[in-house]
Design a protein around this ligand. Structure first.
Ligand code: NAI
Ligand code: UGA
Length: 431
């Protein structure tokens, strides 16, 4: 099939490349010239494991092309909308400017029988409001939310846990079945539903994941007061199959371009719908989450004797999670900035995210390696659990720092081994 993907960011670039690798002819479109130039040359414009290989595989074959001109989508039959839906600058709601602009730019190129497929995460009701403009061209709209995780985006796109189609006709469903024929043939669970359910499934899934993380972080707060250990608590409740151990890792909390803005937008939408009370708990989820960032800063202050001012602190990690260069709403970057704001001499290192961090946080000092960051540090703060940091040997590292103080903001280090090597170790929610 001939597909277009409008918006080639973390979601769209992977979707375009994955669909091409499955045998479709794909045109990727973005307004960002630099991104399109990189993709057209077969280079990934951001770090995502597996994406460079997919781009190389299809490069030059004509199977996957990129353009800044939406007219290049004209001979495609299915058009995916994968543009950003960030938080509004002056409020908690989703900014739908990019979705509206993408749809408007596509309208003149649509023909009867085309299917426009929304993939961006949007407030419930968006598809209903977009549909008349699209239907006026003889095309149809479907909403097909995306559940990929950064760091696993390629695998999640090619082998999704489930597919959700919000459709108004059997024809739209059949077209989506053809797009996803590989996953459908593999027996991937499929939910065929209406627009509002499809939109709500996406925001509900992210709200649930955020709730699970903030729940365990609330337990971490209680563990800190009572001397209990939140990692053992998570293991113990996680053995209950109804609860499950996944997404119960307490630490510095969730960040990224999705969970934080999605729970805020979800709550804002509920309020618009007169249902604010239904999602009022999401405000708590957000607040628990943001308190964890502050907790790391407080711990550093305490362990350094009451002030971080002019103290050299190595911050390990800037990305919102490992295997990503994404620093959008990153707890790690926030901790580095917070410590810097208190006058600490922060030296930060991340294997992939420094370039992005440098653009938004030029005030920080960046090291070229873990070793450089650790040199003469009076405290080490681990905030993104890259393998490289998890594998640090406390005995080797002990000789590089000036004072053996470590805050394990992700509870991933072997506490006993670090203590045995003479470190003052502090985890989150661990006595
Ligand atoms: N990043 C992720 O892991 C996932 C993201 N999503 C959702 O997907 C959407 C996109 O997210 P990301 O890819 O992370 O954002 P992003 O910011 O990385 O990418 C959005 C892209 O859209 C482009 N764009 C903006 N206006 C445009 C227009 N009028 N025409 C063409 N291109 C345009 C931007 O230049 C940018 O490259 C959001 O709604 C997000 O919530 C959903 C699942 C996973
Ligand atoms: O809508 C989206 O964009 C995506 O948002 C999340 O994916 P992602 O943001 O890539 O990353 P996650 O793996 O969900 O992690 C999110 C944040 O939660 C944190 N986290 C995760 C798990 C955990 O136990 N504890 C915890 O603090 C991570 O460190 C990270 O900061 C969802 O997992 C995806 O299903 C969804 O498609």
């Amino acid at each position: 099939m001939k597909l277009s993907v409008i918006g080639c960011g973390y979601l769209g670039a992977v979707h375009a490349a994955a669909m091409a690798s499955l045998g479709h002819e794909v045109v990727g479109i973005d307004v960002d010239q630099a991104k399109i130039d990189a993709l057209a040359e077969g280079r990934a414009p951001f770090f995502e494991p597996g994406l460079p290989e997919l781009l190389t595989e299809t490069h030059g074959s004509g199977q996957l092309v990129f353009s800044t001109d939406v007219a290049a989508a004209a001979d495609c039959q299915v058009h995916f909308i994968a543009v950003g839906t960030p938080q509004q600058v002056d409020g908690p709601g989703a900014d739908l400017r990019f979705v509206n602009a993408a749809v408007d730019s596509l309208l003149p190129h649509l023909k009867p029988g085309d299917l426009v497929v929304g993939k961006s995460t949007v407030p419930v009701g968006t598809a209903d409001s977009l549909a008349p403009r699209i239907e006026a061209t003889g095309a149809e709209l479907a909403w097909n939310p995306e559940f990929l995780r950064e760091g696993f985006a390629v695998k999640d796109t090619i082998e999704p846990d489930r597919l959700v189609y919000g459709v108004r006709s059997e024809r739209a469903r059949n077209l989506l079945d053809q797009v996803y024929s590989t996953a459908v043939a593999a027996g991937t669970p499929l939910v065929v539903t209406d627009y509002p359910t499809a939109e709500l499934v996406k925001t509900a899934a992210n709200a649930f994941l955020a709730t699970k993380i903030s729940f365990i972080n609330a337990m971490a707060e209680l563990a800190e007061t009572t001397g209990a250990d939140v990692t053992q608590l998570a293991d113990a409740i996680g053995y209950d199959k109804r609860i499950g151990r996944k997404f119960l890792n307490a630490g510095v909390g969730f960040g990224g371009g999705c969970l934080p803005k999605d729970i805020r937008a979800f709550r804002a939408r509920a309020e618009e719908l007169g249902r604010g009370e239904s999602l009022a708990f999401l405000r708590e989820i957000d607040e628990i989450n943001l308190r964890r960032r502050q907790r790391v800063i407080t711990l550093a202050t305490e362990l350094l004797g009451g002030s971080v001012y002019q103290r050299r602190i190595a911050v390990l990690g800037l990305a919102f999670k490992p295997n990503s260069d994404d620093i959008r709403d990153s707890p790690a970057a926030d901790v580095a900035v917070g410590l810097n704001g208190l006058g600490a001499e922060v030296v930060a290192y991340d294997p992939e995210a420094i370039e992005n961090a440098r653009r938004t946080h030029p005030q920080l000092t960046y090291a070229a390696s873990t070793k450089e960051a650790l040199a003469d540090a009076e405290a080490v703060v681990l905030v993104t659990e890259w393998d490289e940091f998890k594998q640090l040997d406390p005995t080797v590292v002990a000789d590089q720092v000036s004072q053996r103080v470590i805050i394990d903001g992700r509870n991933v280090l072997d506490r006993e081994a670090w203590r045995a090597a003479g470190w003052r170790y502090a985890g989150l929610g661990r006595s």
